[in-house]
Ligand binder design. Structure first.
Ligand code: SPV
Ligand code: MG
Length: 436
């Protein structure tokens, strides 16, 4: 019986480097390809261009491949334990950089049954960065980008979102990654918060920043990033205006708008009942959702209904009743907001929401209850967690501190440590455009 040889890959972009690895594997025995599932690819990279089934079909037909098996995580270990291959074949590019821990884990794991890691010199001339940039660039195109949120929700079920209010913060959301034993962690999408967009413009969060101005923020972000965008659409305005907003957002590649069930002069929900806010009637808000859904052209765009009942102390039953009605009206998701620090009411809502015969993706904004970890919310049934205002809050604090330091010292020298070096700021932004 020949040896089993394991090769892990995403297979979304096949090039001769892969062929070299497969060829080597073939010389060693029966080749099992551990093909990253859509969820695995989305967790460390992006929505795969081709689905698992499409990628599988291509790879199964490469000569010498005996079997293609799903690999659910970036980490090969669970599959290695299952298939116990004699050899694992990989390019030697993972010796350095973020993937080296995964390499260590592989070596440790296969040692158990005397398995061996065979590494090939990284194939020259692929210009993988360029090719990856190209594929990445596809996600900056309107249709692909708009559809990416729904795709991600289908693939991953649990999304982590951070606010962005200009090109620079968009880049932070786009590029920030950490890597640990669980894998590579990143943000899935961006939230264009009305609070942060208004604050960045020095204006209060009262629907004063008009749509043209919000669109200019969105365009700034669209220009330099590729991840899906969820817009905080405040109340959505008048129904007659909302339908135009939906079309505009769809046209430019925004994936979703979240509208809240309030009328009159909207103030930020974090004021709680102090702001004297009026909740919209269920009937009127349902009509707004219906009109928006009728207006949209594509299947991808999402209209998410935000319920303010808990903020306005209208009670759990009212919140649940509205959730049912909004889903019935066609909402593609429900956002339940709360400023209860204990998060008890959020967990209670989740418990009851789960019992609905029909549910849509559930969104929360854990600003008041941010002691709760993401996993606890996901386990309770939440699908999208929005960290809604943290980049602007941290930036403001840092910037004010620097301004004070300069005033106190009559020079900027003392602020050096608080600032990026000149070298760093000059090279912070790539001169290559994204996907270029
Ligand atoms: C925002 O970010 O503008 C929001 C969420 O609407 S919150 O500020 O919590 O109301
Ligand atoms: Mg808002």
């Amino acid at each position: 019986m020949s040896n089993k040889v394991y090769v892990a890959m995403s297979g979304d972009l096949i090039h001769h480097g892969h062929m070299n690895v497969i060829q080597k594997a073939r010389e060693l025995g029966e080749v099992i390809i551990g093909l990253h599932t859509d969820e695995a690819v989305a967790s460390y990279w992006r929505v795969p261009f081709l689905s698992y089934e499409e990628r599988k079909q291509i790879i199964e037909n490469i000569s010498g491949v005996t079997a293609v098996v799903p690999q659910d995580t970036f980490d090969q270990v669970p599959n290695l334990q299952k298939y116990r291959p004699q050899y694992v074949v990989h390019g030697d590019d993972w010796k350095e950089g973020p993937h080296r821990h995964f390499r260590d884990k592989v070596i440790q794991c296969i040692k158990e049954w005397g398995g061996e890691l065979v590494e090939l010199p990284y194939t020259k001339g692929i210009q993988l960065d360029k090719v990856q940039d190209l594929v990445h660039g596809i996600y900056t195109t309107t249709d692909m980008r708009r559809a990416a949120l729904r795709k991600l929700l289908n693939i991953k079920k649990h999304l982590r979102v951070l606010e962005a209010h200009n090109g620079l913060t968009g880049l932070i959301v786009e590029k920030t990654q950490i890597e640990n034993e669980e894998g590579i962690r990143q943000f899935d999408a961006m939230w264009i918060s009305s609070l942060c967009d208004s604050t960045a413009k020095g204006k209060p969060d009262i629907e004063l920043v008009d749509l043209s101005s919000r669109l200019s923020t969105i365009h700034e972000i669209l220009e330099v990033t590729s991840k899906p965008i969820i817009l905080d659409g405040d109340t959505g305005g008048k129904i007659e205006h909302f339908i135009y907003t939906v079309r505009t957002l769809e046209r430019i590649g925004v994936s979703a708008i979240i509208i809240e069930d309030k009328i009159g002069l909207k103030k930020n929900s974090l004021f709680g009942t102090d702001a004297g806010q009026t909740q919209d009637s269920i009937e009127n808000f349902c009509n707004k959702i219906k009109a928006g859904k009728l207006a949209q052209i594509t299947k991808d765009f999402m209209i998410i209904a935000r319920i303010e009942s808990l903020i306005l102390k209208k009670g759990m039953d009212d919140a649940l009743k509205r959730a049912r009605a909004y889903i019935e009206a066609g909402a593609d998701g429900i956002m339940i907001h709360s400023i209860d620090k204990s998060a008890e009411e959020i967990f209670e809502f989740c418990r009851q929401y789960k019992q609905f015969p029909l549910t849509m993706p559930l969104v929360v904004v854990p600003t008041a209850y941010n002691q709760i970890k993401e996993d606890a919310l996901f386990d309770a049934g939440v699908n999208i967690i929005i960290h809604a205002n943290h980049l602007i809050r941290s930036a403001y604090k840092a910037m004010s501190q620097t301004a004070h330091t300069i005033l106190q010292n009559k020079r900027s020298y003392e602020a050096n440590d608080q600032c990026l070096s000149i070298q760093e700021i000059l090279t912070l932004i790539d001169s290559d455009i994204i996907g270029g």
